[in-house]
Design a protein around this ligand. Structure first.
Ligand SMILES: Cc1cc2nc3c(=O)[nH]c(=O)nc-3n(C[C@H](O)[C@H](O)[C@H](O)COP(=O)(O)O)c2cc1C
Length: 654
């Protein structure tokens, strides 16, 4: 009971406590411990730091933080000395711990500077009245927003990620957290809140982009003894992990948004539907919920008002279709996770038949800044009818991978080239897939396209929840379409014929084409079927599953034609259409390819040009990987002359 906050003064008191942790008068070291940081070895570094600090009895405040977004630089560690900027160190190993401790204790930066990524002098946490000044110094270290990855970014949803400790409510409050809730509950009526959200122009970040304020209004209008709010944290798109990071790095911002939404529509219970494959996010959310209850932010009479509301976690088993709102509700009710026809919409008849408002994780994250700084302020960020920012998970064949938060309307080019640094392979970027299996492939020549709901839709794709997969010249677009259709077939719930049979038949046609057995008629049928399934499927899964097919045919038809007419895969990906050969002029007869071939398809006599038996070859590419003389060549649609019988290798002066 002692911690319950009931007044603004009470909130300010906790804020002061939290600020003492963010700006302590001893060195503060925070280790990036979201899933990406842990996967890169952050936990081992944290444990080593802890051990050495304890053993040497050092006066250092060691803590955890979430992900700052630049995942390819993990493990990341922030070190702040009193009065100095936060210095972000990257790509650290356990062996670097003495170096970090030395900096924390002496203030001398490591001489090689090789792990110093950037600095943060001040930070606009968005929900604080003014940015927090961490300190000014170090002319030689680039400010965080001057390094290319962050240049096009604006951190609104990721306002605390990678800086504060996600396991500490006091640090959240230090950054202005729960002040919006205070304002909403004590100074605003539900209608005023809905008006503000409408004014902001916020559209749902779960993919469809439906105006959030309008949706809340529908749910509020329903008369019912019980109403629910749900946070959709299913996030099943391959390559997407924005929501996971939002929950792991700043769980309280989701809780705060949900309480405000619940108050606005008149809900008394909330659920976070989250896939069980996100154990860390679940752990942090559970802890945050517990803390919120302890501080009187969840439960009965929130912040001393008459409003009571609580949040519970509902674990999903990880089916993509359960991200669809009606399937999600079915799954929560203990039924098979299958969508149903709408109307009635969840706002009218949702969980257990009661009015229910479902929003995506990231939608909830935007609520407290909107309430605190106003809908007008929010509406000035981003583009017309596409306000605010969006977090994208930039993955695939791109140099810098991670979470990129940009104002809506930012051109794709800036995300892929400025933030991402172009292709990691040094090859040309060919396309980007947005919106996961429901989205489409946008070719490089359209990269000036602004990323927002409407422009992406006009190009045949969707924004989806924010997955962005970069593809280079070595990606076969027919194979890519097949991959996404395979996903749709696996994930289809089987309820409607277009979703079940349509996706299956499209997948089969794509398979046939990638095997070099496709005909022009197949291509025509594929196009027709794709359009038909889009129009007739019951839910969004089926309606959007044809998008990868439609966009690849629209932008990369030449690749389909090459597979069908020339029996050639231009990107040399489709196994049935490629062959590996050994160049007699380059082979040194070293036997390494023959020794590594899993099916003994290589005649590899020492000193003789090795020969691949095309009948036996399974085209796994191992020979090419292991050959140190670049003698193995991959071809599609062409052949080279190789000796019939092994001949001695070509040597200088032979
Ligand atoms: C197959 C399928 C999967 C979906 N997966 C998700 C998901 O993982 N997360 C999500 O928020 N919305 C997902 N949606 C969209 C939801 O149905 C719903 O529109 C969304 O949760 C509404 O929240 P918003 O208005 O905040 O975007 C999915 C839709 C379909 C058709």
């Amino acid at each position: 009971m002692k911690n319950k906050i009931t007044s603004l003064e009470g909130l300010e008191e906790i804020k002061e406590k939290g600020l003492k942790k963010l700006l302590p008068d001893i060195p503060r070291i925070s280790v990036g411990l979201a899933t990406c940081g842990i996967a890169a070895g952050g936990k081992e570094i944290y444990e080593e730091l802890k051990k050495q600090i304890e053993e040497k009895n050092l006066s250092i405040f060691l803590t955890k933080t979430g992900c700052f977004g630049i995942c390819n630089e993990e493990p990341l560690i922030n070190v702040r000395l009193p009065g100095k900027p936060i210095v972000i160190f990257s790509k650290l190993k356990k062996e670097d711990v003495p170096k970090i401790l030395d900096y924390a204790l002496t203030g001398k930066l490591p001489e090689d500077n090789k792990n110093v990524l950037c600095k943060i002098e001040e930070w606009d946490h968005i929900t604080t009245e003014t940015p927090i000044l961490y300190g000014r110094d170090y002319k030689n270290i680039p400010p965080w927003n001057e390094i290319p990855f962050f240049k096009p970014q604006k951190k609104l949803v990721m306002r605390n990620a990678g800086i504060t400790n996600p396991e500490d409510i006091e640090e959240y409050i230090a950054t202005g957290g729960y002040k919006a809730l205070f304002k909403a509950l004590k100074e605003m009526s539900p209608d005023e809140i809905i008006e503000e959200v409408k004014k902001s122009g916020l559209r749902g970040r779960g993919g469809a982009g439906f105006p959030t304020g309008l949706k809340w209004e529908f749910a509020k209008k329903e008369k019912s003894d019980v109403k629910y709010v749900i946070c959709n944290a299913d996030e099943g798109d391959p390559g997407a992990y924005m929501n996971r990071n939002e929950m792991e790095s700043d769980p309280h911002m989701i809780i705060e948004g949900m309480i405000i939404g619940a108050y606005a529509i008149g809900a008394s219970e909330g659920y976070i539907y989250i896939r069980a494959e996100y154990p860390l996010a679940i752990e942090r959310l559970e802890r945050a919920i517990e803390q919120a209850r302890e501080y009187g932010i969840l439960g009965k009479n929130i912040l001393g008002t008459n409003f009571s509301f609580d949040i519970y976690i509902a674990r999903g088993a990880g089916a993509f279709v359960c991200g669809e709102e009606t399937a999600l509700i079915a799954s929560m009710e203990g039924n098979a996770g299958r969508p149903r026809v709408r109307p009635p919409f969840p706002a009218q008849k949702g969980l257990w038949g009661k009015p229910t408002n479902i929003n995506n994780v990231e939608t909830w994250c935007n609520i407290s800044p909107i309430i605190l700084r106003g809908g007008d302020w929010f509406s000035r960020i981003g583009a017309e009818k596409n306000t605010g920012t969006k977090v994208f998970s930039l993955v695939g064949k791109v140099k810098r991978t991670g979470l990129v938060e940009v104002p809506l309307g930012t051109p794709i080019r800036e995300i892929v080239y400025t933030a991402g640094g172009g292709a990691a392979t040094g090859k040309k970027v060919k396309a980007v897939q947005t919106g996961g299996p429901s989205g489409g492939c946008i070719p490089e020549n359209l990269f000036n396209l602004p990323v927002d709901y409407d422009h992406l839709a006009s190009a045949g794709s969707i924004m989806g929840s924010g997955g962005m997969v970069v593809m280079d010249e070595d990606t076969c677009m027919v194979d890519t379409a097949k991959y996404f259709l395979e996903f749709a077939v696996d994930e289809s719930c089987g309820k409607c014929t277009p979703g079940r049979e349509g996706t299956y038949q499209m997948r089969n046609m794509l398979k046939k084409i990638t095997e070099g057995k496709g005909t022009e008629e197949d291509l025509n049928k594929l196009e027709k079927l794709a359009k038909f399934v889009k129009l007739t499927a019951l839910c969004g899964l089926g309606q959007t599953a044809p998008n990868p097919v439609i966009t690849t045919i629209r932008y990369f038809k030449d690749e389909y034609v090459a597979h069908i007419e020339d029996k050639r895969c231009p990107a040399k990906v489709c196994k049935a259409l490629i062959n590996y050969y050994i160049d007699p002029d380059l082979c040194r007869g070293c036997t390494i390819c023959a020794r590594n071939c899993p099916v003994e398809a290589i005649d590899g006599r020492p000193g003789y040009v090795h020969i691949i038996d095309q009948e036996k070859c399974i085209k796994c590419g191992t020979c090419m990987e292991v050959c140190t003389f670049n003698a193995v060549i991959k071809l599609s649609g062409e052949k080279i002359e190789t000796p019939f019988k092994p001949i001695p290798v070509h040597r200088e002066g032979r």
